[in-house]
Design a protein around this ligand. Structure first.
Ligand code: ATP
Ligand code: MG
Length: 397
């Protein structure tokens, strides 16, 4: 008898010709996610990975797998030789463990669910279920009874060629696509609630996520910047290895304030964010930008505002949260543990220069007119000269 894990993947299995590519991507991500453990062994099979834990605690490994996109469920299983005696012994052990957390005066409704993958096995699946069910009833008869329609617990038996598996748990994992398999994106990461959630959502659909953060020292503090590094670190268990480009907007914002109509401050700042993000994307090979924008949330997040910022982007801008309610975004932020850090009260470069009455329905013509007082190319080139790259550590394993 050996305890190990089966990690199952779903959607990527459907991807026809690209399947080996997605599988390799997932395998690498699982290995990277578990790289903090030593002595783990992996065996790939159709639609699943067998993970042999070595000396490590199985629950710790499961905690990590719950953050790997592409993994749909994971089960701790007992592996035995494919014969009825060993299967029965494993099923008894499994039921013992199930009953250890059930009150003694409660009788548990159970069912055996057998999948016979090896069709040459002597008994068919119904007979295996019946026989093993009988063994369990004999052993634990006063504590369990069979209910095939509404069981409280299902003991699964999978009979394969040489090895069979017994388990009673299918723990949900995040699903989605393996990070990195659909492309490389640059996440515009502020210190707010939304953009970390947007990064999480983008990664869930397989995008690699590196970040770009704009700050305006001395109007925004070092501590505000550190908060964003902390947020990115909190995403590392989900998005994997990442880095953050930190770009100063101080001079650009000063120039806008000095030379352009006040009500265009926010929209012009956002256009520079998009220009600079495009410049980084071009230089470092990102295919798309990701933002935490959300329709109607603030003045710059109107269709008109987005039209004007998008107009100067060569890369597609992905807005995973565009149609979410704030409560839905907050629920995810709490789930992924970024919420408490996001609400720490530090300034953002957008808010320090906020106009009293920002334009909510800018047009491209009016915006270009407001911008005509600036040498945009020179300002972008200057900001690109002093870029810092930060490699955050994962702070939650
Ligand atoms: P968030 O909660 O993500 O800050 P928000 O609701 O506060 O979003 P805005 O401040 O208008 O909205 O920002 C919209 C989006 O623009 C953010 O989600 C983020 O993607 C990007 N953004 C805003 N400020 C910055 C910044 N300082 N650095 C990088 N990206 C930023
Ligand atoms: Mg913000």
């Amino acid at each position: 008898m050996e305890r190990l894990l089966i990690a199952r993947y779903g959607e990527i299995f459907l991807k026809g010709e690209n399947r080996p590519y997605f599988e390799r991507c997932l395998e690498n991500n699982i290995k990277a996610s578990l790289s903090g453990f030593s002595g783990i062994k992996y065996v790939k099979d159709v639609g699943r990975f067998y993970i042999y834990p070595g000396e490590n605690c199985i629950d710790d490994i499961i905690t990590q797998l719950k953050k790997v996109f592409g993994v749909v469920t994971v089960s701790p299983v007992t592996a035995i030789a494919s014969n009825m005696d060993d299967i029965a012994a494993a099923a008894v052990a499994e039921m013992e463990s199930v009953l250890s957390s059930v009150r003694e005066d409660i009788r548990l409704a159970f069912k055996i669910n057998t999948k016979r993958v090896d069709k040459s096995f002597t008994l068919d699946s119904v007979s295996i279920s019946r026989e093993i069910g009988g063994v369990l009833l004999e052993k634990f008869g006063d504590r369990i009874y069979v209910d095939v329609h509404t069981p409280e617990k299902v003991i699964d038996i999978e009979v394969r060629k040489n090895t069979s598996y017994v388990f009673s748990d299918k723990i949900p994992c995040p699903g989605g696509m393996p990070v990195g398999c659909t492309g490389k994106s640059l996440l515009l990461l502020s210190g707010g609630i939304d953009s970390p959630v947007a990064g999480y959502m983008a990664a869930k659909r397989g995008l690699g996520v590196d970040a770009i953060h704009f700050f305006s020292f001395p109007y925004t503090s070092e501590r505000a910047k550190q908060k964003v590094v902390d947020l990115l670190s909190l995403l590392v268990p989900y998005i994997g290895k990442t880095r953050m480009f930190v770009v100063s907007l101080t001079n650009i914002q000063k120039q806008i304030r000095a030379k352009c109509p006040e009500e265009f401050m926010t929209i012009l700042t956002r256009r520079f964010m998009v220009r600079l993000s495009n410049a980084i994307a071009e230089k470092y090979g990102y295919q798309a930008l990701v933002t935490g924008e959300n329709l109607g949330q603030v003045a710059s997040q109107t269709i008109e505002g987005m039209t004007v910022t998008e107009a100067i982007s060569k890369k597609p801008i992905i807005r995973p949260l565009i149609c979410f309610d704030k409560t839905e975004i907050i629920d995810i932020a709490k789930k992924i543990n970024t919420f408490d850090t996001s609400i720490l009260p530090f300034e953002d470069c957008c808010t320090v220069f906020q106009p009293k009455h920002p334009v909510t329905k800018p047009t491209i013509e009016k915006t270009e007119e407001a911008e005509s007082f600036l040498d945009c190319d020179a300002l972008v080139a200057e900001a690109m000269e002093n870029i810092e790259i930060i490699y955050p550590k994962a702070n939650s394993i």
